[in-house]
Ligand binder design. Structure first.
Ligand code: ATP
Ligand code: MG
Length: 344
C-alpha cells in the first residue's frame, strides 16, 4: 500500500524542497543564504526578526522552514514553532489569539528562541499588522518572527523596521536549468535541452512552476515515450512558439502589395483563432518577449506595441471576450507595423 509520506508519491516540489539552509540544492539566493547560514550557526548572536519578500516559487517558505529546522534541530515541535498561513488567518483575532498565546508562554524549552513562521503576511489586514507590532516587541526576548510576502509594500512600515528584510529574486534560467537537470537525472529521465528550456520558459523564474511542469512533462514521456517543446508549452497553457514566430513573421512581412498584405492578414487572424483556449496572459507574454527582441523596430515602435499589448492584457483581465480582443490585437499590431508607417 502507498503511504502519503512515500517518496515515490510525493510531488517533486516537496521531494526536492531543500530542508536545510546548508543544502547544496538551495540555488541562486546566495547572499541571503549566506546570512541565513550565519544565523543557523550562531542563533544566540542575536538573529533578528526576518521578512522575506519576493516573487512566487523563489524559496521564501523553503528558507524559513529550513532555517527554523537548522536552529531548533530535533526540538522543532508545535510548542517551539508556530507555522501560520496568513491567507487563511488574516484578521486581528489570530494575532490576539494564536500568536499572542504562543509568544507569551514562558515555559522552559531549551531552545535559543521560539519561532513564528507567518506565510503570506501581505494578506494580513492593516489592523492586525498594527496589533502585531506590539506583539513582536513584547515577545522579542524569546521569540523570532519570520514573515513572508510577495509584496513588501503591503507590510506596514513599523513592522518592516522591526525586521531584517531579505529580497528574494526570480531564479535565473541557468540555475533553474541545472536544478531541473539534476532532478530529471535522479528520477531516471532523459530530457532534451529544448524541452528543459521550454519548462524554464513556462516557469518564468518560479521554481515551483518549473518543477511541476517538469513532472508533468515526464509523465508524457512515460505514456507516449516522446516529448517535444510544443507539448510542454501546450500542457502549461502556452502557445506553441512556432505559432508565435508565424505571428511575428506575418506582422513584419514588409510587402506593399495590397493583395499579399490582405492574404497575410487573413492568415494572421486564422492563427489567432487557432490559439483560442491558450491562456491570454501567456499569449501576450510570449508575443511581448518576441517583440522586444525584434531588431527591425526602433524603441518608439516597441514602446507603442508594448502599450497596445498591455491594454489588451488589461481588457482581457477584466473579462473582455478573448476572440474579439485577439482580433483587435491583430489589427492594431498590423496597422502599427505596416510598411511605410513611420513611427519615429
Ligand atoms: N532557491 C531555490 N532552490 C531550490 N529549490 C527551490 C528554490 N526556490 C524554490 N524552490 C522549489 O520550489 C518550491 C516552492 O518554493 P517555496 O515554497 O519556497 O516558494 P515561495 O518563495 O515561498 O513562493 P510563494 O511566494 O508562492 O509562497 C520548493 O518546494 C522547492 O522545491
Ligand atoms: Mg511561500
Amino acid at each position: 500500500m502507498l503511504r502519503a509520506d512515500d517518496e515515490n508519491v510525493m510531488p517533486w516540489v516537496e521531494k526536492y524542497r531543500p530542508d536545510s539552509v546548508f543544502s547544496p540544492n538551495f540555488i541562486n539566493q546566495e547572499l541571503i543564504i549566506k546570512n541565513l547560514q550565519f544565523y543557523a550557526n550562531n542563533p544566540e548572536k542575536n538573529m533578528p526578526h526576518l521578512l522575506f519578500s519576493g516573487p512566487p516559487g523563489t524559496g521564501k517558505t523553503t528558507a524559513a522552514i529550513a532555517l527554523a529546522h537548522d536552529v531548533l534541530k530535533d526540538k522543532y515541535r508545535p510548542d517551539t514553532v508556530l507555522e501560520l498561513n496568513a491567507s487563511d488567518e488574516r484578521g486581528i483575532d489570530v494575532v490576539r489569539g494564536k500568536i499572542k498565546n504562543f509568544t507569551s508562554m514562558q515555559e522552559f524549552l531549551d531552545v535559543p528562541f521560539k519561532i513564528v513562521i507567518l506565510d503570506e503576511a501581505d494578506s494580513i489586514t492593516r489592523d492586525a499588522q498594527s496589533a502585531m507590532r506590539r506583539v513582536i516587541e513584547i515577545a522579542s526576548q524569546n521569540v523570532r518572527f519570520i514573515l513572508m510576502c510577495n509584496y513588501a509594500d503591503e507590510i506596514i512600515d513599523p513592522i518592516k523596521s522591526r525586521c531584517a528584510i531579505m529580497r528574494f529574486k526570480p531564479l535565473s534560467p541557468e540555475h533553474v536549468k541545472k536544478h531541473l537537470k539534476g532532478i530529471a537525472q535522479k528520477e531516471g529521465f532523459e530530457i532534451s535541452d529544448d524541452c528543459i528550456d521550454a519548462v524554464i520558459f513556462v516557469g518564468q523564474g518560479d521554481m515551483r512552476k518549473s518543477i511541476n511542469a517538469l513532472q508533468m512533462a515526464t509523465s508524457v514521456i512515460e505514456v507516449h515515450e516522446q516529448l517535444n517543446p510544443s507539448i510542454v508549452y501546450e500542457l502549461e497553457g502556452f502557445a506553441d512558439p512556432l505559432k508565435i514566430k508565424d505571428i511575428i513573421t506575418f506582422l513584419t512581412a514588409s510587402s506593399n502589395n495590397k493583395k499579399d498584405r490582405d492574404d497575410s492578414f487573413k492568415k494572421l487572424l486564422a492563427i489567432f483563432k487557432d490559439l483560442k483556449g491558450i491562456s491570454s496572459k501567456n499569449l501576450i507574454l510570449q508575443i511581448f518577449k518576441e517583440i522586444v527582441k525584434l531588431s527591425a523596430l526602433n524603441t518608439k515602435q516597441k514602446a507603442n506595441l508594448i502599450d497596445v499589448l498591455s491594454s489588451i492584457d488589461f481588457r482581457i483581465t477584466v473579462k473582455a471576450t478573448d476572440e474579439i480582443q485577439y482580433s483587435v490585437l491583430a489589427a492594431t499590431l498590423w496597422e502599427l507595423l505596416k510598411p511605410g508607417n513611420k513611427i519615429t
